[in-house]
Design a protein around this ligand. Structure first.
Ligand code: AMP
Length: 517
């Protein structure tokens, strides 16, 4: 039953508004591989369970502002727990399921959550770590396990007086991936999450008639906030999958209208037979979290007739830019700043705003931006300017037509002795265009003479052999000498994290001794 007191909870009120009076409408349909039954959770059932979770959390001592850390498999219960936590005035803190026990230990001592919810398979592993970090309540979401949080939920009433929360109160903390240095907890307010999802829902035209393929992880901003919050706010249905499975997605597409994915989803789906027919009912494909190759965009369009809509965002800011819903979706760009979001390109040296086509550091300001890093005031002051602009660390430019281009991460910039800056993306685009090349990653590695040297890691297309020399000569006449790779390595695949991002830190580590004496 809808409790009118949701009205005082900034985010939950907005997540519930579209489904009010539509309790029978489907929200989550189990669409995991091989699930023929496709059990459906309605909006009424979902919010009733979220209220039960809220009651269970309060019964375990949750106070407004307390963190609930969750490192668990992707399930409907985890989403109910997310909404229940926010409803109870808590702060939801999901953790990447790939984190090891020592990594989890850092998050627990940093965030000091009231409760840790974990995978039953990790319970014995994490119990001592939680105890050491002073977290005494450690539970699972296993429905069949006595004493689990799910059983505690089921014992509670589905009626909860939502705790009043203001726009600026925290709803979630998401830790940044932290490939360099310590991972930081991005504090996300009720209004940062609510406003961004409202904007995206309207921009991408989500309605109650939509059926979204939900195959992204829910410990990350893309699957938790973009996919889930938009669906809730639009009152749409989701075909809910525990992870990416190309076969399950092919089966689901004829019943769906939209999909959100990382670039690797699209690359893998392009290998599936019957893609054109399977996608004929769809209205929208969104890609983000990592760069989508123009080649993937073009091939997808040629086969399906759909132009993938690429957007750009990050843990700290939610979504910043999007290609247009109507109008040209330009491959290789991330589109325009979203309504209400300001984006500028700043000189890395002087901080002054650069002109069209000039490359610099992207800075963003808007209601979508986070409130700072958890317990790291110095880091916050370094990256979040007093005028509200957040220094993203991404390098990019705005072209003369207003499209934003991402050129790379600041930390991926290669600096060659003599002060020449090399942007990996420029070289990667040229290498990717060579015959027989599937994709590439360009990194800087230590070099005794140059400080750092350009090294290209190249993946050939399936069944095609290419040589390092062919890559080197292929780009030689297109690039200044200092930008040309000093070494080319041919590999079968690039290392990627679960969000599809190429892990350049692993490549730098693997090839760091390439030029040592
Ligand atoms: P995360 O905080 O894990 O979501 O990572 C955010 C980072 O992913 C951004 O700062 C960008 O470097 C990268 N990213 C996200 N979307 C895109 C995109 N469409 N194209 C290129 N890079 C992207």
């Amino acid at each position: 039953m809808y409790d009118p007191s949701y009205a005082s909870n900034h985010l939950v009120r907005q997540l519930r508004a579209a489904s009010l009076g539509r309790d029978q409408a489907p929200f989550l349909e189990d669409a995991s591989a091989g699930s023929m039954t496709g059990s459906v959770t309605s909006y009424g059932q979902f919010f009733a369970r979220a209220e039960q979770f809220a009651n269970a959390l309060v019964a375990r001592g949750l106070q407004p502002g307390d963190r609930i850390a969750v490192q668990a498999p992707k399930t409907q219960a985890m989403l109910e727990l997310y909404v229940g936590t926010v409803m109870a005035g808590g702060v939801f803190l999901p953790l990447n399921s790939a984190y090891t026990a020592p990594e989890v230990s850092y998050f627990l001592s940093d965030a000091e959550p009231r409760i840790l919810v974990c995978d039953p398979a990790r319970l014995s592993d994490l119990q001592p770590i939680a105890a050491e970090a002073g977290v005494s309540d450690i539970l699972t979401l296993a429905a069949d396990e006595s004493g689990s949080l799910t059983q505690a939920r089921d014992a509670q009433s589905p009626s909860f007086e939502a705790v009043a929360r203001q726009a600026s109160d925290l709803a979630a903390i998401l830790y940044t991936s932290g490939t360099t240095g310590r991972s930081k907890g991005a504090m996300l307010s009720h209004s940062a999450l609510a406003s961004n999802s409202q904007t995206l829902k309207d921009y991408w035209r989500f309605t109650r008639d939509d059926v979204l393929i939900h195959a992204l992880p829910i410990f990350h901003t893309h699957g938790l906030f973009v996919a889930t919050n938009i669906s809730l706010m639009a009152g749409s249905a989701c075909l809910f999958m525990p992870g990416f499975d190309a076969g399950a997605i092919m089966d689901a597409m004829p019943r769906a209208t939209a999909m959100m994915g990382v670039p690797t989803f699209y690359v893998r789906l392009l290998e599936m037979p019957g893609l054109a027919e399977a996608t004929s009912n769809m209205r929208l494909f969104v890609s983000g979290s990592a760069p989508l190759l123009a080649d993937t965009h073009d091939r997808w369009r040629a086969i399906t007739g759909h132009a993938i809509l690429e957007r750009y965002g990050m843990t700290e800011t939610n979504m910043n830019t999007s290609n247009p819903y109507e109008g040209a979706r330009r491959a290789g760009t991330v589109g325009f700043p979203l309504p209400g979001v300001e984006l500028k390109v700043a000189s890395p040296e002087t901080g002054e705003t650069l002109r069209a086509d000039e490359i610099g550091v992207l800075e963003v300001r808007g209601p979508n931006v986070f409130s700072g890093y958890w317990r790291m005031p110095e880091k916050t002051a370094e990256e979040l300017r007093s005028d509200g602009f957040f220094i993203t660390g991404d390098l990019g430019k705005i072209d003369t037509q207003g499209y934003v281009h991402i050129v790379g991460r600041g930390k991926d910039l290669i600096i060659i002795t003599g002060g020449f800056n090399v942007y990996p993306k420029e070289i990667e685009l040229l290498i990717d265009d060579l015959p027989g090349v599937d994709e590439s990653a360009v990194i800087g590695v230590p070099h005794p003479d140059f400080g750092e040297a350009v090294l290209a890691v190249v993946v050939p297309q399936k069944g095609i052999e290419i040589s390092a020399e062919a890559v080197q000569t292929g780009v030689a006449d297109k690039l200044a000498r200092f930008k040309q790779p000093k070494r080319v390595v041919i590999v079968d695949a690039l290392p990627r994290n679960t969000m599809g991002k190429v892990q350049k830190n692993l490549l730098r580590e693997a090839y760091r001794d390439s030029f040592s004496a």
